[in-house]
Write a protein that binds this ligand. Structure first.
Ligand code: PLP
Length: 392
């Protein structure tokens, strides 16, 4: 018996455990001091009433022999896939419901999609990045080429025609940087992917935060993208489903490689290894896209975006370089005075009781940068910003 040796090449995901360890040590040494967490990547606002009501009704249906349901449609309930097609139509993107796959979240799909690609493929990944893209490819032993995000490109790296890639990861609005690609920039990536015959894996988990109508919220708003891109999204951040679990992946029928529609391969993969999302959850997800549910979730998004604006305004006043904070719940700042990510973490915790996330945890290009998030409570954000202003 041999194990998958590639797992031994994975770096320990020490980032959040080290953050927790340092915070616990600080709290033990200074029990009287308040600690405000601006590092959390999880939502804090509860599910909206329309979602709760829809799931409640679904629970009752499941408890009645006349309306009980067992295994559902493997690709996801038609009512939810149709609701999503309606949502995309509102973005100017026409989808067939057979192009939409419901899942238990974007993280699973982003990892599982690799089943349909050869391990010989070269993968292009921006740095800094959501670590799942790197680790899932390392597990399969794929060769990874990084494309650098930095202050010169505002953490929106663009393709280098000299670099050959088969699979390309893009995330916009980005985690961890909060940067958002323009339509022109995404069009450049689509052209590059088509030239290379590559496939873009487009992560739009934070699309709901985009307020600027000129910015794209789906890669399919770019001409040609249906021939080269798979899109992953989730209700985790859109509607507070991080604990409920529901996401979706779009594999267009036009996406064909080696005379094989990738939609067919993904359907085969999912129907073999996945048995669907609970009916109750899918009814809750459907309610997100009702006019009542959507208005309610938009209030939560506005709440988070206002937090982001408070953080961004403070950084502007302090003359600290940052991206994000608009059209995104993330703010990515350059550590002042040339501090390293961890030194700035210690400085903020010790002197202001504020906890953020060291940028170096998201890749080598994150060294010297720091991530703050807008998912906290308003009062805490305000308190933290007052402390931050008092620091300098
Ligand atoms: N993609 C990005 C960029 C994320 O930041 C996250 C979660 O933090 C996910 C995907 C995963 O979301 P889900 O909860 O749907 O698995």
């Amino acid at each position: 018996m041999n194990i998958n040796q590639n797992y031994l090449n994975l770096k320990d995901s020490y980032l959040f455990s080290l953050v927790a360890k340092k915070v616990n040590e600080y709290k033990a040494q200074h029990p009287e001091k308040e600690v405000i967490r601006l590092g959390i990547g999880d939502v804090t606002r509860p599910l909206v009433p329309a979602v709760v009501a829809a799931m409640g009704t679904a629970v009752l249906e499941m408890g009645d022999a006349a309306t009980f349901r067992g295994y559902g449609e493997e690709q996801g309930c038609a009512f939810l896939r149709q609701a999503l097609c309606g949502y995309y139509a509102g973005k100017g993107v026409a989808l067939a419901d057979s192009e939409v796959f419901i899942s238990d979240g974007a993280k699973s799909d982003l990892g599982n999609i690799l089943d349909i690609f050869d391990t010989d493929n070269t993968v292009l990944i921006p740095d800094p990045v959501y670590p799942v893209y790197v680790d899932t490819n390392m597990m399969a032993g794929r060769q990874i080429v990084f494309v650098n995000g930095n202050t010169e490109n505002n953490f929106l790296p663009m393709p280098d025609r000299q670099v050959k890639a088969d699979i390309i990861y893009l995330c916009s609005p980005n985690n961890p940087t909060g940067a958002v690609y323009s339509k022109e920039q995404l069009a450049n990536w689509v052209t590059y992917a088509l030239e290379q015959n590559a496939v873009i894996l487009f992560d739009s988990a934070y699309e709901i935060f985009v307020q600027d109508e000129k910015l794209p919220t789906s890669i399919y708003q770019i001409e040609g993208a249906k021939k080269c891109a798979i899109e992953f999204c989730s209700l985790s951040k859109t509607a507070g489903f991080t604990g409920v679990r529901c996401g979706y992946t779009v594999v267009p029928h036009d996406l064909v490689r080696h005379n094989t529609p990738l939609n067919k391969l993904w359907l085969r993969r999912q129907t073999t290894k996945f048995n669907g999302v609970p009916y109750i959850v899918q009814r809750g997800a459907e309610a997100v896209f009702s006019s009542e549910g959507f208005a309610q979730i938009k209030e939560n998004i506005a709440y988070y975006l206002h937090n982001a604006q408070l953080i961004a305004d403070t950084l502007r006043k302090l003359d600290i370089w940052f991206v994000g904070g608009e059209n995104s719940p993330y703010i990515w700042l350059k550590c002042p005075s040339g501090l390293s990510s961890w030194d700035f973490f210690d400085h903020l915790l010790t002197n202001a009781g504020i906890v953020g996330t060291p940028g170096v945890g998201f890749g080598a290009n994150g060294e010297g940068f720091f991530r703050l998030t807008a998912f906290g409570d308003r009062e805490n954000v305000q308190k933290a910003m007052t402390k931050l202003r008092g620091l300098s």
